[in-house]
Design a protein around this ligand. Structure first.
Ligand code: SAM
Length: 439
């Protein structure tokens, strides 16, 4: 079965020049096969999943391919953050992180929808901080949703341009991921749109944009820090084409090695491609750079804060630091790094516990999905009832003690319910409600 929109003719010609006729032919064939579906399980949300006996993703211990693409929208476990649907090549990030020294202060400079940010959080394993940034106003809420589902408290979210961040913060971060906007050849299998929009001018304009973002990324990288650059395209101009500039800026290439049988293709001085004719992937490029120098110590914590608050539900003891920012009450496991007030357009800092509506504090969806909210009482729902809850309906009433409880599915929290007399009111956020019909 070929994709509904042909691969652009001038792309096929370019492919021949780029890779030689034989490789180009097999690569184009691979790009014309239906895309693969792979999922990554949350390491801390075990559940009796139905995806047994499928092929493992070789470079990630918690990930597997699915033979068919089910309707994830109609699976309550997906909404509870039990797994993330992610292109298998993106998961190579885990193997890269395993090969770097532990880095405690990360910036994801182009983070939405958030798949790689969730991977960074897993690697941090509740230590240090990740600042996930997405400048696009339409994509930012998707990042927020993904990050809430993953439930970690050591995350901050902002919506800024890289230059704003670099001007405000300077060379702070021990690790920066720049998964750059690109011309998207690696999306050809999955998205008709990627095929339609591709043209040689797009490659040039993406290369220029990437050049600009890379300049800011270098300004944000601490001495001794590591920069991971990636794209989902195969155009050298957008990938190893940036190497010369990075060398001139004084960065050192970091050459990483991976098992041969994964099928990666290396480029000079330090890049590597995951091509769909060599590996079970859609396609990605990665390269890793180091700024010379001694890594600065972990940044000073900001003065200890514990703003008390009268709330209608218990707050996890784990949140030893709590504070109000922009009408929201946040909690974290440790102090925030001292620079947080300088972060431009900061939207979230830790786990959102409660938000203020008309002078009253209500539990935040982020708290319902927090990994630290083990004491929140759960109301177990069966599959169909859980779907109705996610559509905004009220579950049938059962006797419970607490006013605020979380609806749950297979032991996984879904979102808030409020007891009002002999009924429950649904507090699942409007914006996240499932609109798709079916079961
Ligand atoms: N890392 C994400 C993930 O794994 O889920 C995917 C990131 S996507 C390839 C690139 C992102 O860069 C998009 O969300 C896009 O909105 C954002 N972007 C576009 N222009 C940008 C810029 N000038 N600076 C930073 N990010 C930008």
């Amino acid at each position: 079965m070929s994709a509904p929109f042909e691969i652009p003719k001038n792309y096929a010609e370019l492919a021949g020049k780029r890779w030689g006729e034989t490789t180009a032919k097999q690569r184009l064939e691979a790009l014309n096969t239906p895309s693969l579906t792979s999922i990554r399980f949350h390491p801390q949300r075990p559940f009796p999943h139905p995806f047994s006996n499928t092929q493992k993703v070789p470079w990630h211990p918690n990930a597997q391919f699915l033979q068919q693409r089910p309707s994830f929208t109609l699976d309550p476990a997906f909404h509870a953050g039990a797994y993330y649907v992610q292109e298998s090549a993106s998961m190579i990030l885990k193997a890269i992180l395993d090969r770097l020294p532990p880095l405690l202060l990360w910036l994801d400079l182009a983070a939405a929808p958030g798949g790689k940010s969730t991977l960074l959080l897993e690697q941090l394993n509740h230590q240090g901080w990740l600042l996930a940034n997405e400048p696009d106003g339409k994509r930012f809420p998707i990042l927020q949703d993904t990050m809430a589902r993953w439930g970690y408290a050591n995350q901050m979210l902002c919506r800024a341009w890289p230059k704003q961040l670099a001007d405000a913060l300077g060379p702070l971060f021990h690790g920066i991921l720049l998964d750059a906007p690109c011309s998207g050849e690696g999306m050809f299998r999955k998205e008709t749109h990627a095929r339609k929009q591709w043209n040689p001018e797009l490659v040039q304009s993406c290369a220029q944009t990437q050049h600009g973002i890379l300049k800011e990324a270098i300004r944000l990288l601490a001495p001794g820090g590591y920069l991971i650059y990636s794209t989902c395209t195969f155009a050298p101009e957008e990938n190893e084409g940036h190497a010369q500039e990075l060398l001139q800026q004084g960065l050192e290439p970091v050459r990483l090695k991976f098992p041969e049988n994964w099928g990666l293709t290396y480029t000079d001085p330090n890049g590597f491609y995951a091509y769909p004719d060599q590996m079970p992937v859609e396609g990605l490029f990665f390269m890793v750079w180091k700024k010379p120098g001694q890594q600065p110590p972990y940044p000073e914590p900001s003065p200890s804060k514990m703003e008390p608050m009268d709330l209608p539900m218990p707050v996890p003891d784990a949140f030893s630091h709590r504070m109000v920012h922009q009408n929201t009450y946040f909690g974290s496991l440790g102090p925030l790094p001292h620079f947080w007030p300088q972060i431009p357009n900061l939207r979230s800092l830790g786990t959102p516990i409660a938000y203020n509506k008309n002078g009253r504090w209500l539990p935040h969806h982020g708290l319902a999905l927090s990994l630290h909210a083990q004491k929140t009482p759960l109301l177990p729902l069966e599959n169909q009832e859980a779907l109705r809850y996610l559509r905004g309906e009220n579950p049938s009433y059962r006797e419970v003690e607490q006013t605020w409880i979380s609806a749950s599915y297979q032991g996984l929290p879904l979102g808030w319910l409020k007891k009002a007399g002999k009924r429950f009111n649904n507090h699942y956020p409007e914006a996240l409600r499932i609109r798709m019909q079916g079961s």
